[in-house]
Design a protein around this ligand. Structure first.
Ligand code: 5GP
Length: 174
């Protein structure tokens, strides 16, 4: 196999930023228990790394959604493949996202998670592609990196279900 991958963010850059985000989160949530809700599959590595900096009473859950590009209304085209299993009511929910692109997934998830009556709801996203935004989004409370409009892989992100296990984030060269 002769795949060319250009590194966009090295493992070291990611590790440094994850530690910084965790420090911010720990400061903001001091004295509160956090429920991390990660979006599958893309956020699994980010959540795993981030969670190891958080207090031991941190709870972990996941959800999975998929979207259908052929709908006329992109936001309603997002559907659940897996709901969270922990009751979110009165919890300090921190949604952990891999990447925000058009923003339709995040808009859908914020609306959905609010209906579960959490004590608070914030978002921690590793990557954002602001130039691709279509949805009208609230600001992302904790953001790792803003990146250009390129399709990225690695550190949880896939192309055709491969490359998630790369320790860095890269761009496939065609
Ligand atoms: P949005 O609803 O914001 O357009 O899409 C978010 C989802 O699209 C992400 O959770 C991810 O699954 C996928 N996505 C968007 N951009 C990329 C990318 O550059 N690389 C990969 N692997 N997935 C992406």
């Amino acid at each position: 196999m002769n795949t060319q991958i250009e590194t966009l963010l090295s493992a070291q850059q990611i590790a440094t930023r994850v530690a910084e985000l965790a420090a911010e989160i720990n400061k903001d949530y001091a004295g509160k228990d956090i429920l991390l809700v990660g979006t599958l599959k893309g956020a699994y590595i980010f959540l795993a790394d981030l969670s190891r900096y958080l207090p031991e009473r941190t709870q972990i859950d996941f959800l999975k959604v998929s979207s259908y590009g052929d709908s006329t209304s992109p936001e309603t085209a997002v559907q659940f493949d897996q709901h969270p299993t922990i009751d979110l009511k009165n919890k300090h929910v921190l949604l952990v996202e891999d990447i925000v692109d058009t923003g339709h997934t995040l808009a859908f998830l914020r609306k959905y998670l609010h209906t579960k009556n959490p004590a608070s709801l914030r978002v921690c996203a590793l990557l954002d592609k602001p130039s691709r935004r279509e949805a009208n989004l609230d600001p992302i409370e904790y953001l790792g990196f803003s990146i250009p409009d390129k399709f990225v892989i690695g550190y949880g992100l896939d192309y055709a279900q491969c490359y998630r296990n790369l320790p860095y984030i890269g761009v496939l060269q065609s």
